[in-house]
Design a protein around this ligand. Structure first.
Ligand code: SF4
Length: 104
């Protein structure tokens, strides 16, 4: 299932780009969408969040995780990502796809 089949959102690049997900989780997606109706994710416009992880420096990753800690939509972002298992991107401080050991 590709997110943009549900409908694009204007306030989160990870969602706008239609990052494919492993599992369709419309309930968690709806909660994230409601949060994004009120707040903008701090990562909007920051291409590092949708970059290939091997292109990120350690400093980038630390900075991104710090941003996520203070983001107003961190909880629904992280909940959605943990449920849907996106194929790419950093979501609420976690890089996807998860390693095999994290994906149980
Ligand atoms: S928690 Fe992180 S990845 Fe999620 S919207 Fe906020 S800044 Fe972006």
């Amino acid at each position: 299932m590709v997110l943009n089949q549900i409908g694009p959102l204007p306030t989160l690049d990870l969602v706008d780009l239609g990052v494919p997900v492993t599992r369709d989780r419309p309930r968690e997606y709806a909660v994230l969408q409601r949060a994004l109706d009120v707040h903008q994710g701090l990562c909007v416009g920051d291409a590092r969040f949708t970059a290939e992880p091997e292109t990120l420096t350690t400093t980038d990753a630390q900075d991104m995780r710090r941003m996520c800690l203070t983001c107003p939509v961190a909880v629904p972002c992280g909940t959605y990502a943990a449920a849907a298992l996106p194929s790419a991107g950093m979501w609420a401080g976690t890089q996807y796809p998860l390693e095999e050991s994290e994906n149980a």
